[in-house]
Design a protein around this ligand. Structure first.
Ligand code: 4AD
Ligand code: MG
Length: 462
């Protein structure tokens, strides 16, 4: 195993030995007697300090060692006198891999705005803040697989190109091999898809849930973890047009089992990051959001509030004057409403259940009242909705009636209905927006800053 900067900073046995470090120069400073290079290799938010005794090196030799250049250093690892540093390398040699011309390397001085860094997304991973975000992101992805694996769930792969529309939102990216400048037409003027690759209209998936239900009604409990796509034109700090979603689906789970799992799941992920990424969390906290660590611990240590949509709306109506958007029974809650419940009223994460069926998807189990469905949204401080899920309608007749009521084309749905025709079972599931989880754990406020290459309306650089 290659020794990383993180190892050099945290392995006492290496102290006093000859070591090697390879990485990118963050800064070089000093005088004609001694020079100090801060070296980072991505393994930690912390740099290793390299001390160069200028009796052994020449000015000319160090001239190309500028911010952004890449080097290999060898020397002795010694205890550091500098405050905040554990160890440093007393260099015997320094070798240059590549220069980074100070006149054109954009990451020169510290303190670039997040907006500017978004414009140079190809270099952004080299900044401290984005390094921390990416290490946390990677860790959370691992925690997710670990959580489900430990509980006997199977990782189930669902297609990215689909011929059905799970959420019925109508905001899908079309996939076609037809020549858009010369579309083949039927006699009535409509597009002739028989010439298309799949001989029918297809799109990028908005959710793996419907196929996930096929997995759950065979394997018992599954989860998906993959990219999903939504062409909704929502230019907000919480929406991407390409985002990653985790969708567990469980046979023999009712909505209350579903809520228990969702709560245990997010707490597990946050805890995992607190245990494995505390340096990065503290760095981000120091830099952007002083309350971050405390907020993460609070969420992990406290029960989420559970209440119905109807109760939630009653609470919101009492503060209606505080909101830009109207709130009444039947209204789709806006992010300001969700955040009021979580941040001001309960001051805790909230699981809101039993929404009006008109504002939720066709597959949700209908309650006896004929008006509401067994939906559950998990609402988080600073985020709003982080999870959306439900108990699913398991009755073939009720599901079919709802599909007809909503005019969903049957030719797209026959395979889904087969889950209810053959050995139907009560089942439930939910979807966690991965970037919203990363937002919460990093304390960042814009979803564009927690994914390496954000896709938003008008932006598909790189
Ligand atoms: O609430 P949504 O639309 O639910 C579904 O897609 C269900 N099929 C999930 C299920 O039951 N299996 O999306 C689920 C979550 C949201 O709570 C949110 O966290 C995230 O996905 N999400 C987005 N994240 C980033 N950008 C977007 N445009 C998002 N749309 C939804
Ligand atoms: Mg939702």
């Amino acid at each position: 195993k290659k020794t990383t900067v993180k190892d050099l900073l945290s392995t006492p046995e290496l102290m006093g030995t000859e070591v090697e470090a390879k990485g990118w120069v963050r800064t070089r400073r000093g005088n004609k007697h001694v020079q100090f290079v801060q070296l980072n290799d991505g393994s930690s938010v912390n740099n290793i300090q390299v001390v160069l005794d200028m009796a052994r090196f020449t000015e000319d030799q160090l001239k190309p060692v500028t911010t952004g250049s890449s080097v290999r250093v060898t020397g002795k690892l010694v205890e550091s006198m500098g405050k905040g540093q554990t160890s440093e390398i007393q260099a015997d040699s320094i070798e240059l891999y590549g220069t980074a011309d100070p006149a054109s390397y954009p990451l020169q001085k510290k303190g670039h705005t997040l907006e500017f860094l978004r414009e140079i997304a190809h270099l952004r991973p080299r900044t401290n803040f984005f390094g921390s975000v990416l290490r946390i992101r990677s860790s959370l992805a691992f925690a997710i697989h670990k959580f489900f694996n430990e509980r006997g769930f199977y990782y189930f792969h669902t297609p990215l190109i689909t011929a059905s529309d799970c959420e019925g939102a109508g905001a899908m990216f079309q996939v076609t091999t037809l020549d858009l400048n010369n579309l083949p037409k039927n006699e009535d003027g409509s597009v002739d898809y028989s010439k298309d690759f799949y001989a029918k209209p297809t799109a990028l998936t908005v959710s793996g849930q419907l196929e996930g239900e096929l997995g759950a009604t065979a394997l018992g409990q599954i989860y998906t973890f993959g990219p999903t796509f939504r062409a909704e034109n929502s230019n907000t700090p919480r929406h991407l047009s390409e985002f990653w979603m985790i969708e567990p689906e469980m046979a023999f789970y009712d909505i209350s089992d579903n809520m228990d799992l969702a709560e245990e799941f997010v707490k597990y992920c946050i805890n995992y990051a607190l245990e494995h990424n505390i340096d990065d969390i503290r760095f981000l906290s120091e830099r952007f959001d002083k309350g971050l660590e405390e907020r993460l611990r609070f969420v992990v240590d406290n029960d989420f509030v559970r209440l119905t949509y109807t109760e939630g709306v009653r609470i919101l109506e009492e503060s209606a004057h505080k909101f830009e958007f109207p709130v009444y029974w039947g209204a789709d809650l806006q992010s300001e409403h969700e955040r009021y419940l979580v941040e001001e009223h309960f001051k805790k994460p909230v699981i809101l259940t039993d929404y009006p069926k008109e504002i939720k998807a066709f597959y949700m189990k209908q309650n006896e009242d004929g008006k509401t469905v067994r939906a559950m949204d998990v609402l988080f401080p600073n985020i709003g909705e982080i999870i959306g899920g439900s108990e699913r309608e398991e009755s073939y007749d009720k599901l079919l009636a709802r599909i007809k009521e909503l005019d969903i084309p049957m030719k797209d749905m026959w395979w889904y209905l087969d889950t209810r025709r053959f050995g139907t079972v009560p089942h439930s599931g939910f979807g966690l927006g991965f970037e919203r989880l990363v937002l919460f754990v990093t304390g960042m406020t814009n979803i564009r800053d927690v994914i390496p290459f954000p896709r938003t309306p008008g932006k598909a650089e790189f």
